[in-house]
Design a protein around this ligand. Structure first.
Ligand code: F6R
Length: 249
């Protein structure tokens, strides 16, 4: 593992994706052992899958205890049924929640089915729930092809909080296969804001594979810039960008 500082952002390159995933899962496990009711900020997509697999393994083989852990996910699509397999809610069940002893009542995702008139109230309640849990201890992030984090698409302001957003064309295009065609991809989502993400005590942004290398390069290069939301992590005092060799620029 090689590590270098880019301002306050620590950039960590691992020889393999598996090694990087193990190191992030180990950090989460250490946090949960030290603070059994830790508050984890979770992401979906391809990037965190190996970290979740490793957490499941640590639960199974070493008894890592999630019974008091609280989780808040970054985002959810609008308009999908609760049990829609393409929802992030279902995805989290399949990838992590169903395989560890987390209390379902302690897992939170924005509700994409909330009525039009209740979106603002729901988003404010999501922020309050994070706050009353004591804030997020560690937030996982991936980087979208357009630099988005959560569903904070290019143009997202530094001070944004949980809110409903219009999804960027590339975000929808990248989801088209999973939805069986672009026309079936929701046009909106609900996401934590940049301000919500930066309020976490630690931020761990992950990127794996050659297709992420230019995104990583831009995240390291860009001064914090709304045109590349991932660059906002450079403003955080305890942020790490963890990559494998293929994603290193
Ligand atoms: C999903 C999320 C997104 C993804 C990003 C990268 O909860 O927050 O910002 O992290 O779109 O997606 P993958 O990991 O599939 O490349």
């Amino acid at each position: 593992m090689r590590s270098a500082a880019h301002g306050s952002l620590v950039f960590e390159t691992h020889a393999t994706r598996a090694e990087a995933e193990r190191s992030v899962a180990e950090e989460i496990a250490a946090l949960v052992r030290a603070k059994p009711d830790a508050v984890l900020g979770l992401a979906t997509g391809d990037t965190p899958t190996g970290v979740y697999r490793e957490l499941v393994r640590l639960h199974r083989d070493s008894g890592l205890d999630f019974s008091s852990v609280r989780t808040f996910n970054l985002d959810e699509y609008c308009g999908l049924a609760a049990d829609d397999p393409r929802s992030f809610t279902c995805w989290m069940q399949t990838q992590l929640f169903a395989h560890v002893n987390v209390d379902r009542a302690n897992t939170h995702l924005p509700d994409g089915r909330v009525a039009e008139a209740d979106v603002v109230r729901h988003a404010a309640a999501y922020e309050r729930a994070i706050e009353s849990a004591g804030g997020i201890d560690l937030q996982l992030l991936g980087i979208g092809r357009n630099g988005h984090i959560g569903f904070n698409e290019p143009g997202a302001d530094l001070h944004t909080r949980t809110r409903r957003v219009e999804l960027h064309a590339w975000t929808r295009a990248d989801a088209a296969a999973a939805f069986g065609g672009l026309e079936h991809v929701p046009t909106r989502g609900i996401t934590m804001g940049i301000g919500t993400i930066l309020a976490a005590r630690r931020v761990r942004m992950l990127a794996f594979g050659v297709r992420k290398a230019p995104l990583v390069a831009r995240t390291l290069r860009a001064a914090p810039d709304p045109a590349w939301p991932a660059s906002y992590v450079r403003l955080h005092a305890d942020a790490r960008l963890v990559v494998d060799r293929d994603a290193a620029p």
